[in-house]
Design a binder for this molecule. Structure first.
Ligand code: ZN
Length: 64
């Protein structure tokens, strides 16, 4: 039996506590909010890099 360490854990770049889990490495990029601090960050699973996104929700900008 061989253990498969295919699970990838990416910590939140803002607070370092929130975590995003992925089953395996893939050629995708995901933008998601942290479930602890609520800030957005983007994960590039191909290069395993995490980028901070400081954007505001569009609902707050539109006033119509
Ligand atoms: Zn966070």
């Amino acid at each position: 039996m061989t253990e498969q360490q295919s699970e990838v854990t990416v910590p939140c770049p803002w607070c370092g506590q929130g975590k995003t889990l992925a089953d395996c490495h893939a050629d995708i990029r995901v933008s998601c909010p942290c479930n602890i601090c609520g800030r957005f960050y983007k994960i590039d699973f191909r290069t395993m890099r995490v980028y901070r996104i400081s954007r505001k929700p569009r609902r707050a900008i539109k006033k119509r």
